[in-house]
Design a protein around this ligand. Structure first.
Ligand code: HEC
Length: 114
């Protein structure tokens, strides 16, 4: 009897957990500003082939965060295309593989306000 009670509490816990994870997915976890505080260092490291697995994972998560956001400036479609290419680069995570991701100025010129 006790075992079942424990199991059903656990099942309930899991259901609540997955529900809240889904609820969080629908809106960006971080603002672009927050991401930009961590992004340059991480992308530089991974790009040199010095990123750990953890750092590569974090970079992918950050870039996903960029993609989920909409910049205050510039074309929203262009933003999605650009961040989607960076996401591909981040997922590949290869040494020297970042072309769009390290074009800081290119993106700032289009999407960063003053
Ligand atoms: C995909 C586009 C994109 C790329 C690539 C990008 N940035 Fe940014 N960055 C932005 C946007 C948009 C903002 C403005 C965010 C805001 O003010 O809401 C920003 C803001 C910043 C800021 C200011 C943050 C603050 O606190 O106001 C810094 C610093 C920065 N970026 C550094 C970099 C560096 C360094 C790189 C290259 C390694 C880079 N960014 C690549 C889009 C990009």
């Amino acid at each position: 009897m006790k075992k079942w009670a424990v199991l059903s509490v656990m099942a309930l816990g899991l259901a609540v957990l997955s529900w809240s994870a889904q609820a969080q997915d629908s809106k960006p976890k971080w603002t672009i500003k927050e991401i930009m505080k961590k992004y340059p260092k991480l992308v530089g490291k991974v790009n040199k082939g010095e990123g750990t697995d953890e750092e590569k994972k974090e970079l992918v998560a950050l870039v996903k965060g960029l993609w989920e956001n909409t910049p205050k400036k510039g074309d929203a479609e262009a933003w999605k295309t650009r961040t989607a290419s960076i996401l591909k680069e981040a997922e590949a995570g290869e040494k020297g593989g970042f072309k769009v991701g390290t074009d800081c100025k290119g993106c700032h010129n289009l999407h960063k306000g003053k």
